[in-house]
Design a protein around this ligand. Structure first.
Ligand code: GLN
Ligand code: ZN
Length: 763
């Protein structure tokens, strides 16, 4: 018999129940008990939904983040929250987001707000975890209460529970030593905590524990590889069986290491590492369980079940009872239920599978393996029909787009002339002062904007009424910018609800779900659009708005676009062609928009690539390949313009030192970046690398409600001028102002403009 199991289930809820419960609690509008009850209800529902599996994950639920949960289980709390004497859940939120809800008043005098823990990307997904903090003195103190409580809840419900924990090596690997001490020195201290935890599970009669070690799919140096050996030797004598789970990629040079570890089973991501399975089977001990992640846990496409069975059946014959089948990774990264989607086009819907549908697929696979394909003939036939319909659909395949892609040549990505020549022509036309000021694009999304948008969606406001409302906002943004004395203006992006969705909605080849929410961090969810077909642009997407904005002023107006790499990285994308091909298609579509803006007289065009870095592969050895097509896609998008047209790009991340050469290769005339938080430290990259074009190091941290003073901005810019010639510097905030209030934005920008004026006197 092949065994079925799941690695993790989305906890946010099909209707984002957890999000709303959390936010209510944080606002002080509900009790801690009510929040805990919502959590319990969601766990109960999700276990019920998975009850047909042989093993159901327990411990994958988290109120904020599974890594932070692990920190609390291990008693690894940052020192700044250790003396908190309120409820543990409140302390957990203090680490997660800087403040507890109820604690706020109860403990205002003794233990109010603290610095929130750092948050970063979970491997190469768009989920973000709270980084464990270490120092040389870190001690661990096991707290099993959460896991044991959830285990008994699950038991009471009659499901066959398999606790899920982050493994010790990955846990250390994910964390940060605040004092730069060696994290691995903590291994001997953390292992007893893990051993004790496993003993607690054993005492509860637990059979299998899933211990996640995705760090095994990354490039590890010798001491991290050794740590795996030490760790699992130490844990091998426990009385529970360990399923070591790897996912998000191939094991490659870590394959033999993983197979040698003294555990009882190994889970492999068969979507990414299908070619490694035979090697793994050959190297594992003859008694070990082989769990194959045969269904993509990160994408929303239906699996081709017949094709999967083609390789799974022989593997089952080979392994017999040793074969387990599961999704490739936790289903945290997909929405919950496709059946909630009543508005989605029926044909496109028939190609998709969300978490619940993926578990149904798992059942069909297990049925076919255990009782023969005939036992699930109907389900297999329906699946085959859906796969075929997607493969053949004229909505997926557009020969015109394919022909255009085939015609891309070197000329597409090349500006007419080099930066120096362009810069002269642009300067003559734009006539900007030294230290020109601009903003990143969006202005506050006011209540009026939101109200007009929801009225329009509900059909209570017609097209003309909506347009008028947006134009009022644009006019307001333009007038404010003129009053502030900014040099290059923006229209404010009032009409955009989201920088990716806005373009996706206007491109052919994109579909949108209503409830396809995926957790990004804490209570924050995103609803990635679904890129299902060849991409084309039926008509101009932004030109009218920008023209309207330009008509309100004599100052230069920036056209504002989202770049192809960012659109790609923030979407669910096709699995039937390489990501690079989808990216080139997006590039050609946005290129048309760039050229239309230019034709309409727009002299400055910004193409945001906020998410360029997010697409970097886990393994550095694959970075160059990604950067090659990502940079090329940007160049195709941007570089068809005349010398006189000034191309800007914006990136909102602070780490760019390691990819600065690729960023320079994009050849944008101006780049604006986030740097304000680090006191310009990030510009260290420019000590070694001479960035050739113009640059606007963000001097106003828009993520904080604080108003930067003029003096602060002048100081930051002076630091920047030590590394970059003053004549190539711009003055701007570090990201869009969408999430701020006008009352914050105006004084901040006033100081920014005044700072630029001061700087001009110094040159
Ligand atoms: N132009 C976008 C804005 O200003 C950029 C947002 C971003 O970088 N995330 O909102
Ligand atoms: Zn940004």
């Amino acid at each position: 018999m092949a065994t079925t199991h799941n690695l993790g289930f989305p906890r946010i809820g099909a209707k984002r129940e957890l999000k709303f419960a959390l936010e209510q609690y944080w606002k002080g509008e509900s009790s801690r008990d009510a929040l805990k009850a919502t959590g319990a209800e969601l766990r109960k529902r999700h276990w019920k939904d998975q009850a047909h599996l042989n093993y159901v994950p327990v411990g994958d639920f988290a109120f904020y983040d599974q890594v932070l949960d692990m920190s609390f289980t291990l008693g690894n709390l940052p020192e700044r929250v250790r003396d908190f004497h309120g409820d543990t859940l409140d302390n957990y939120f203090r680490v997660a987001r800087g403040r507890s809800a109820q604690g706020e008043q109860e403990h205002a005098a003794c233990c109010g707000g603290v610095a929130a823990g750092e948050m970063t990307k979970w491997f190469d997904t768009n989920y973000h975890y709270i980084v464990p903090e270490f120092d040389a003195n870190t001690q661990f103190k096991l707290d099993t209460s959460r896991l044991i409580e959830q285990l008994s809840e699950a038991r009471a419900q009659g499901v066959n529970a398999k606790p899920v924990i982050v493994g010790p090596v990955t846990y250390l690997w994910l964390g940060k030593a605040k004092d730069d001490s060696d994290k691995l020195a903590l291994l001997p201290r953390i292992l007893p905590a893990y051993a004790a935890l496993l003993d607690h599970f054993a005492a509860q009669g637990v059979d299998w524990v899933q211990i996640d070690e995705p760090a095994l799919v990354t490039e590890l140096d010798a001491k991290w590889r050794d740590a795996f050996v030490t760790a699992y030797d130490a844990l091998s004598a426990r009385r529970v069986r360990l399923l070591l789970a790897t996912y998000f990629g191939r094991l490659q040079e870590n394959l033999s290491l993983a197979c040698k570890l003294p555990v009882d089973g190994l889970h492999v991501d068969a979507i990414n590492a299908s070619d490694e399975i035979q090697d793994i089977v050959a190297q594992l001990p003859e008694t070990a369980i082989v769990s194959v992640g045969a269904i993509n846990g990160r994408n929303i496409w239906k699996s081709d079940l017949n094709a999967t069975l083609q390789w799974l059946e022989p593997l089952h014959r080979q392994l017999g009872d040793r074969l387990w089948v599961a999704p490739s990774c936790s289903l945290l990264h997909v929405p919950v239920d496709l059946n909630s989607e009543i508005k989605l086009d029926a044909e496109i819907k028939s190609w998709l599978a969300f978490a619940l549908q993926k578990l149904d697929e798992l059942n069909v696979l297990a049925g076919a393996l255990n009782d023969g394909r005939a036992s699930v003939a109907d389900a297999l036939a329906a699946n085959a029909a859906a796969i075929e319909s997607r493969r053949q659909s004229p909505r997926v395949n557009n020969p015109t787009v394919k022909a255009a892609i085939a015609k891309i040549d070197a000329a597409h990505g090349k500006r007419q002339n080099a930066y120096e020549q362009r810069a002269k022509k642009q300067a003559a036309i734009l006539g900007l002062p030294a230290f020109p000021t601009t903003t990143i694009g969006s202005f506050p999304q006011t209540g009026e904007i939101r109200h007009a948008r929801s009225q329009f969606k509900a059909g209570e406001l017609d097209q003309a009424g909506y347009k008028a409302a947006m134009e009022r906002e644009i006019t307001r943004a333009v007038k404010e910018q003129e009053a502030l004395g900014l040099d290059v203006l923006v229209h404010g992006e009032a009409e955009r609800n989201d920088m990716v969705e806005y373009f996706g909605e206007q491109l052919d080849g994109y579909a949108f779900s209503q409830f396809g929410w995926v957790q990004s961090y804490g209570s924050r969810c995103v609803k990635p659009p679904v890129l299902f077909g060849d991409i084309s642009r039926p008509k101009a997407m932004t030109v009218e708005w920008i023209q309207y904005a330009a008509s309100q002023t004599n100052k230069p107006m920036k056209g504002m676009l989202t770049g192809p790499v960012t659109i790609l990285n923030w979407s669910f994308v096709r699995d039937d062609q390489p990501r690079s091909v989808s990216c080139y298609q997006l590039a050609l579509a946005i290129r048309e928009e760039v050229l239309d803006l230019e034709k309409a007289g727009v002299r400055v065009i910004q193409i945001d690539e906020a998410a360029l870095r997010e697409g970097l592969p886990l393994r550095r050895s694959q970075w160059n390949e990604y950067l090659r097509w990502a940079v090329e896609s940007f160049r195709i998008t941007a570089n068809g313009v005349q010398d006189e047209t000034q191309i800007h790009t914006h990136m909102c991340y602070s780490e760019f030192n390691d990819i600065i050469a690729s960023i320079a290769d994009m050849d944008a005339d101006v780049i604006t970046i986030e740097t304000s938080r680090s006191d310009m430290e990030l510009l260290d990259a420019f000590d070694e690398f001479r960035y050739p074009n113009q640059i606007g190091p963000g001097v106003y941290d828009i993520h904080s409600p604080n108003i930067p003073s003029q003096e602060h901005i002048v100081n930051l810019m002076k630091k920047a001028a030590e590394r970059i010639p003053a004549e190539r510097l711009w003055v701007n905030p570090d990201c869009g102002l969408k999430t701020r209030q006008w009352e914050e934005v105006i004084p901040a920008l006033k100081n920014m403009v005044a700072a630029a004026q001061t700087l001009r006197q110094s040159v």
